[in-house]
Design a protein around this ligand. Structure first.
Ligand SMILES: [Zn+2]
Length: 248
């Protein structure tokens, strides 16, 4: 065990020569609870994993600066989250979320993790995730102006993502693949793969950027796992390992 820890620190020290900044974005917050589980809210799960990931990086990677979009239960507008990352000249952006299905009060048996990069959805399920995650902008005042008429609930609005050029695409996908690999091996989660979708928060960041879905909060077992100490630790450790692997 000691050997493994030493190895992680060694990897991080070797990259500490130049300053590197990661922006960690805990999805939702404040008046926006995100998806709802049986006993918990998405915003709480996202924040717990985000803080634990930041703690691991700060503790083991002295050359890496961690910037958070929120560290407490507050509402942060979507464009502001991207602005925080851009202003900090972050080298990498990770937005942390939990998934949910449209299943009724009985919940779902669907389980597993997904990681998204910016792009045009190829499947209806990816569009559904983008719609749900983008709809938070409707809680912001003047969102029509701020997002140039983008209607998060209208499928037509998503056509703009087909025309969008993303020079960070390859790096984002590389990081996303490391994350899914770590979720599978370190946290032993079901791997639901890397996907593309028109996620506004990723569209507005100017560095490699991913959005992770930690699991289904309306799946009783996964909700319990995501709220447990072990679950939070394993999910954050997976993201940390993926960061170290990506950085190398
Ligand atoms: Zn979310």
């Amino acid at each position: 065990m000691k050997k493994i820890i030493t190895l992680f620190i060694g990897v991080c020290l070797s990259i500490s020569a130049q300053a590197y900044t990661i922006c960690i974005d805990a999805g939702h917050g404040g008046k926006d609870p995100g998806a709802l589980g049986f006993f918990s809210k998405e915003k709480t799960v996202n924040l717990a994993v985000a803080l634990e990931l930041g703690r691991l990086i700060e503790q083991n990677c002295p050359g890496t600066k961690v910037v958070y979009t929120r560290k407490t239960d507050v509402f942060v507008e979507l464009h502001e989250r991207a602005h925080i990352a851009n202003k900090a000249k972050a080298d990498l952006f990770i937005s942390i979320h939990a998934n949910s299905t449209a299943a009724g009060p009985k919940g779902t048996t669907t389980s597993g993790t997904e990681t998204y990069t910016l792009g045009m959805h190829r499947a209806a399920e990816n569009l559904a995730v983008a719609k749900r995650e983008n709809t938070v902008i409707t809680l912001e005042s003047n969102f029509e102006q701020k997002y140039e008429g983008f209607d998060p609930k209208s499928s037509e609005s998503y056509i703009i993502f087909e025309l969008m050029q993303d020079q960070n695409m390859a790096a984002s996908v590389g990081f996303a693949k490391e994350i899914q690999n770590q979720f599978k091996t370190t946290a032993k989660r079901t791997d639901r793969g890397v996907h593309q979708a028109g996620l506004l928060v990723l569209a507005r960041t100017s560095m490699p950027a991913v959005l992770v879905e930690l699991g289904y909060i309306n799946n009783r077992a996964e909700e319990k796992y995501m709220n447990s100490k072990e679950g939070i630790a394993a999910l954050a450790r997976s993201l940390y390992n993926a960061f170290v692997a990506y950085k190398k």
